[in-house]
Design a protein around this ligand. Structure first.
Ligand code: GRF
Length: 187
């Protein structure tokens, strides 16, 4: 099953998806990686020989033009599934309408708690003792889509945003890989 991955950051989540895809019985293949900036994570794709595209908001006349360009870049790869792996922009109608129920995102908190760009920091600030990661379907809202899978992660007294996020990622990545495999096997 062809999968396109969208990233904005370091790409450790992308790296986990690529690593799992090397197993002979893996039901998905990452056929393209697209970023909204020169994300360091693009290197993981380049090293794997996977085509990369950067679609910058600043290179387009307005948000609608960028939304269309992003949808076009994704469509070139004819994916069955689109995976947001640390992609930090909201998707517009062109992409959402082209892949209904086939775009998923991973978020480093137990939704519906702590949506948005700072899920780890917000959970820590709130003093929760358990947080985690959620894999969701993407809709037009901010982390509002249907929840597909979750994993709990304990918050430690001495956690910083960085230490907690690292521990969340350790459980978040296998969770996402599982969901992508499950959706891919479904066809
Ligand atoms: C993940 O925790 C993702 O849920 C969040 O940002 C992190 C991505 O990290 N939105 P990376 O760029 O894959 O290393």
């Amino acid at each position: 099953t062809p999968v396109v991955v969208l990233i904005s950051g370091t790409g450790s989540t992308l790296a986990a998806l690529l690593q799992a895809s090397r197993d002979t019985d893996c039901p998905y293949e990452v056929v393209g990686v697209i970023a909204d900036k020169d994300a360091p994570g693009l290197d993981h794709a380049r090293r794997a020989g996977i085509p990369t595209t950067v679609v910058r908001l600043a290179d387009h006349v307005d948000r609608a033009a960028w939304d269309q360009a992003l949808a076009d870049a994704v469509a070139e790869h004819r994916p069955q599934l689109v995976v947001l792996a640390g992609f930090m922009k909201l998707l517009g109608a062109p992409l959402l309408e082209a892949y209904p129920g086939r775009i998923i995102n991973t978020h480093p908190a137990l939704l519906p708690s702590f949506p948005g760009a700072h899920g780890v920091r917000d959970a820590l600030a709130h003093g929760v003792k358990i947080t985690g990661a959620s894999v969701i379907e993407v809709d037009a809202g901010v982390d509002t889509g249907r929840i597909l899978a979750q994993v709990p992660v304990e918050v430690r007294d001495d956690d910083t945003e960085a230490t907690l996020h690292e521990r969340i990622k350790a459980d978040e990545q296998p969770l996402l890989v599982d969901v992508v495999k499950r959706l891919s096997a479904r066809g």
